[in-house]
Design a protein around this ligand. Structure first.
Ligand code: PLP
Length: 429
């Protein structure tokens, strides 16, 4: 019997992560420690505190918008964006079939109907041609998601929005700092929605932000995250009208408490200082890794669109063609790559027409508004062939911390894939 070469078969791995671990995520330092202690000792732990106001200001500047407003997470930010735009009963919202469940679930949470459409195979982002086909007289908005290492085609999407008079909510949970034709993600549509959950590339464990250039919308968003209260004093950064002039101090909109804490905001202020350099490192490594992977038969990196003037990588994703790997099933390829590199190697999100975390029919008490609505929100009625093929047969995703390593680390990723290519037969018996 010959010795097997692949790490999954007991061979030596391409990377010994005991000796050389991958970069850590999240990243923090003394700065975060000092900021957290400062908040602790101030006794101001929440509610329009100085750290929250500072972060809103910094994040608005960074994103190139008039207003950025923190909230508790990137799910609630989608929900309040929909509510602020007046979207609800009777409305349809077009959403990509490949995304985190919140993009569609929040549409149902405001009693509107998510319309799932297919994606482009080269970017995994919503396909503008499929958007056109899905538009009806009830369509009110589109939620493009700038997924993984790609950007939704905002030229085509904004053209469609203008033509049909639709709102655009950019789901930027993967795109803090990314740019399309020199405009930051979250500054192109009517509202941008960001997540600061632990996996995201700007994080406070949990958290979110909504961005907009529309001051009326910002007032509503600010109220919606704060139990419907009118924005107080200078709590709404950049507001140039209206604030304080309402004459009564009652609520002007029904809502709940979706506020962030000062502890989270303190970490975000420090994290934002690190973000431009981290994004630049991930971009340089992503570009380099793409050139290496293009050389491997059966591997296709996600398209880097020239209109993306700044890349922001959330994870590194590429496509796999098993026919070029002696028909090695993708699950085995991913496991073999995990063993070579000592990192988790995942598929992409489950397409929302068959996703274990997107099951609106489990909650009739909330979502069965009537029989027609119940049918309309059934995810299974949507056909998403490209999403399904990418998910089942082609998607390979690794954590963005891999892109925070060195050029040599990128060489190692390519070497590991080539090793599996060469020894695929070992996994076939
Ligand atoms: C993470 C994520 C969200 C939700 O953000 P949370 O902060 O986890 O609630 C929404 N959309 C996409 C695409 C995401 O990746």
């Amino acid at each position: 019997m010959t010795m097997k070469k692949l790490a999954i078969n007991g061979g030596s791995p391409c990377r010994d992560t005991n000796k050389s671990p991958w970069p850590k995520w999240p990243v923090w330092g003394k700065e975060e420690e000092v900021a957290l202690i400062e908040v602790l000792n101030s006794g101001v732990w929440s509610y329009n505190g100085p750290k929250e106001m500072e972060f809103n200001k910094l994040f608005a500047e960074y994103t190139g918008v008039k207003h950025a407003i923190c909230a508790v997470n990137g799910t609630v930010t989608l929900q309040i964006a929909l509510e602020a735009l007046g979207i609800g009963v009777g409305d349809e919202v077009i959403v990509p079939g490949l995304t985190w469940q919140a993009t569609a679930a929040t549409v149902i949470d405001v009693n509107a109907t998510p319309i799932l459409v297919d994606i482009c195979e080269d970017t995994w982002c919503i396909d503008p041609k499929e958007i056109e086909k899905a538009i009806t007289p009830r369509t009110k908005a589109i939620i493009p998601v700038h997924l993984y290492g790609a950007f939704a085609d905002m030229d085509a999407i904004m053209t469609i929005a203008k033509k049909h008079n639709l709102y655009i909510i950019e789901d930027c949970a993967h795109k803090h700092g990314g740019e399309w034709k020199s405009k930051k993600a979250g500054s192109i549509g009517n509202v941008g929605s960001f997540s600061f959950q632990l996996s995201k590339h700007l994080t406070a464990g949990e958290g979110g932000s909504v961005t907009t250039n529309d001051t009326d919308l910002a007032e509503k968003l600010d109220a919606l995250r704060n139990v419907g209260r009118r924005p107080e004093g200078d709590s709404l950064i950049g507001a140039d009208k209206g604030i304080g002039d309402y004459g009564d101090d009652g609520n002007f909109i029904q809502s709940g408490n979706y506020r962030i804490t000062e502890f989270q905001a303190a970490i975000l202020v420090e994290g934002l200082k690190r973000l431009p350099e981290q994004n630049a490192t991930r971009d340089a490594n992503g570009a380099y890794l793409n050139t290496l992977l293009k050389e491997i038969e059966g591997i296709t990196p996600l398209k880097r669109d020239d209109r993306e003037t700044k890349k922001a990588y959330f994870n590194f994703a590429f496509r796999y063609d098993s026919s070029k790997f002696k028909n090695l099933p993708i699950e085995k390829f991913r496991s073999a790559l995990e063993a070579e590199l000592g990192i988790i190697v995942d598929a992409c999100y489950e397409p929302l027409n068959n996703c274990s975390l997107y099951v609106p029919h489990t909650k009739p008490s909330r979502h069965k508004l009537n029989d027609a609505y119940w049918e309309a929100i059934d995810p299974k009625r949507f056909s998403l062939p490209v999403c399904e093929r990418i998910f089942k047969e082609e998607s390979v995703c690794v954590h963005h911390k891999v892109l925070m390593g060195t050029k040599a680390d990128m060489d190692l990723v390519a070497t590991a894939i080539k090793k599996i290519y060469t020894h695929a037969a070992e996994l076939m018996d």
